[in-house]
Design a protein around this ligand. Structure first.
Ligand SMILES: Nc1ncnc2c1ncn2[C@@H]1O[C@H](COP(=O)(O)OP(=O)(O)OP(=O)(O)O)[C@@H](O)[C@H]1O
Ligand SMILES: [Mg+2]
Length: 290
């Protein structure tokens, strides 16, 4: 169970004229995500979706609020007394508090994250990208390749092991990011617009691949997307963020049974309701900025 309690994120910004300003990216978001569920976060650009996802992964600290995964707090506050510091050192051994918060590809709690820019390393081949993720998780050198290969093959990259990301198509790069995330066998996968940059047919194929993986593993998936159809087709639950600052505006349950049909009338009805919300927000945009 992922539990976000009252998450608010405030960024301080220094303007060009050196005056200080601030921006609330996420406002009081509370959300519970049950094990094995697929949940989409849908909302307009700039409403704090990526920020919220990084907070779930423990890659950014919230200004207010806490995230718990199976009851364990993600990203504890830094120690403020000598005694807390000693406790902290004992628990995390050699890691300094700062380093503990900064390992971008090494979140705790069995989470894997696919970033909006899919963040595969351009200087590593497809195979090296996956074995490197395993190395970060402490898998012994001799086992890495053996563990990486089935995920690369399942992602359709069996013939492209030695290619660099720049030699792969956009869809292949996204599959590589997915293979790398899955190879570490996480319990939770957080995905930031994983299929935004590919054509419709490839996107639909990737969505179905993802559902197959989900059926096989029962992994919990949280997915940020701009695409209402994608959110409804994939998810058990669709969370709509409001225009900035991002608050939870609505939560819709998608009840239709799997395997689903893309043109299910139930989905069309839900899509109409969600699109009407977005249209309402655009029509009333000026009221938000007051
Ligand atoms: N490190 C930062 N410093 C200052 N402002 C930031 C920082 N990161 C994000 N923001 C701001 O916070 C707001 C939310 O950003 P975020 O990337 O979370 O939005 P998003 O919903 O993911 O948008 P998109 O759909 O375009 O990806 C934006 O106004 C952005 O400029
Ligand atoms: Mg984003």
């Amino acid at each position: 169970m992922i539990e976000a309690k009252g998450i608010t994120k405030f960024f301080s910004i220094v303007n060009e004229d050196r005056t200080a300003a601030g921006l609330t990216a996420v406002l009081s978001v509370s959300l519970k995500i049950g094990d094995g569920r697929i949940v989409s976060i849908l909302g307009p650009s700039g409403c704090g979706k990526s920020t919220f996802l990084e907070i779930l992964a423990g890659l950014q600290a919230p200004t207010e609020g806490e995230v718990y995964i199976d009851g364990v707090r993600v990203l504890e506050p830094l120690p403020s007394t000598r005694r807390e510091m000693e406790d902290y050192r004992r628990r995390y051994q050699f890691l300094s508090p700062l380093a503990n918060g900064l390992f971008r590809d090494r979140p705790k709690h069995d989470i894997a994250m696919i970033f909006q820019d899919y963040a595969v390393f351009p200087w590593m081949t497809a195979l090296q990208n996956v074995t490197f993720a395993l190395k970060l998780r402490g898998v012994a050198r001799a086992e890495r390749e053996e563990r990486a290969l089935p995920f690369l093959k399942a992602a359709g990259l069996g013939d492209s092991l030695d290619k660099y990301p720049s030699q792969l198509s956009g869809g292949m790069r996204q599959r590589l990011a997915l293979a790398r995330a899955l190879a570490v066998e996480p319990k939770i996968i957080l995905m930031d617009e994983p299929f935004a940059a590919v054509d419709t047919i490839t996107r639909e194929r990737l969505q179905d691949d993802l559902l197959k993986l989900w059926e096989a593993t029962g992994i919990t998936m949280v997915l940020v997307t701009h695409d209402t159809d994608e959110a409804i087709y994939l998810s058990d639950e669709v969370v709509i963020f409001s225009p900035p600052p991002g608050e939870v505006r609505n939560v819709f349950q998608v009840e239709s049974l799997r395997p689903r049909r893309r043109n299910d009338p139930e989905h069309l009805d839900l899509k109409r309701r969600i699109d009407a919300l977005f249209k309402y927000d655009i029509d009333h945009e000026s009221e938000y900025s007051i």
